[in-house]
Design a protein around this ligand. Structure first.
Ligand SMILES: [Zn+2]
Length: 262
């Protein structure tokens, strides 16, 4: 007999199947999860995801790094709000996870972000390159990619299993959607989503005063050291066809934004 949660899930999926939206890249998205639901679920998912690091004292533990990343992301957030004014109501947040072995960064729906010290240190990332990483991550949220990945997560055993493991926890605040939002950031983006995030991200960063050439050097560094253990970023951000040449082609158009912002 099918598991009751799965039956419920199938019901939810079919009820919401007609949900369709157009994202800022102009692409029609068919999803089982609306953006507002994704934002709502991500609030608790963010807390749940960060909790283990918080308990181990691995959150925002290096003041210099925190100041540096905050300075960069606040400029990007300013540009994101101009690009999509409704994001002014998002509860934006950035946390630095002190984990030198993990190369990763993400942004959940509603602007809930994290970057691992492993990404910054292993890549010897410059400010311009950090801006490209976080600009790219913010762009996934701006283009509503989180809701798309949550839709995939909802239909997978991963989200159901995570949800089942939390049933009976004392807080009682975790829903299936929360579990899906947690799982979503561990699933690969589609190559279409990657191209969209590259395009929007380089523009956000240029308008925030960060050199567009860093988008190219960033991905060069990524592929140079990528593939090792702890390199989660490359598994969630598969390389779209001709990423490097596509980004190079965007640079001349981005330069005026960059010059104006400087
Ligand atoms: Zn990506």
């Amino acid at each position: 007999m099918p598991h009751p949660i799965k039956l419920l899930l199938t019901f939810i999926i079919f009820t919401l199947l007609s949900a369709c939206a157009t994202n800022i890249a102009g692409r029609k998205q068919v999803m089982f999860v609306s953006e507002s639901d994704a934002i709502e679920s991500s609030k608790q998912a963010y807390i749940n995801t960060l909790e283990p690091f918080k308990l181990k004292g691995q959150l925002d533990s290096e003041p210099d790094m925190v100041n540096r990343v905050n300075r960069i992301t606040s400029k990007l957030i300013t540009q994101a709000k101009i690009m999509r004014p409704e994001t002014k109501s998002w509860e934006w947040s950035i946390k630095i996870i002190d984990d030198p072995k993990t190369v990763n960064a993400w942004c959940m729906a509603g602007g809930k972000m994290a970057i691992y010290t492993g990404l910054i240190n292993q890549l010897s990332a410059t400010d311009d390159e950090i801006a490209q990483v976080m600009g790219h991550e913010i762009s996934h949220a701006l283009a509503n990619h989180t809701a798309e990945r949550m839709s995939v997560a909802m239909a997978s055993d991963l989200a159901v299993n995570l949800y089942k493991s939390t049933i009976g926890d004392s807080t009682g605040t975790t829903s299936l959607a929360t579990s899906a939002a947690q799982v979503a950031i561990t699933l690969p983006n589609s190559r279409t989503s990657e191209s969209e995030a590259d395009k929007i991200g380089i523009e956000l960063a240029a308008k925030a005063g960060y050199n567009p050439n860093a988008a190219v050097t960033l991905w060069q560094k990524m592929s140079k050291i990528g593939g090792g253990s702890g390199f989660e970023f490359m598994s969630t951000h598969p390389s779209p066809e001709n990423r490097e040449s596509a980004l190079k082609k965007m640079i001349p158009k981005m330069m005026p934004y960059y010059q104006a912002a400087k």
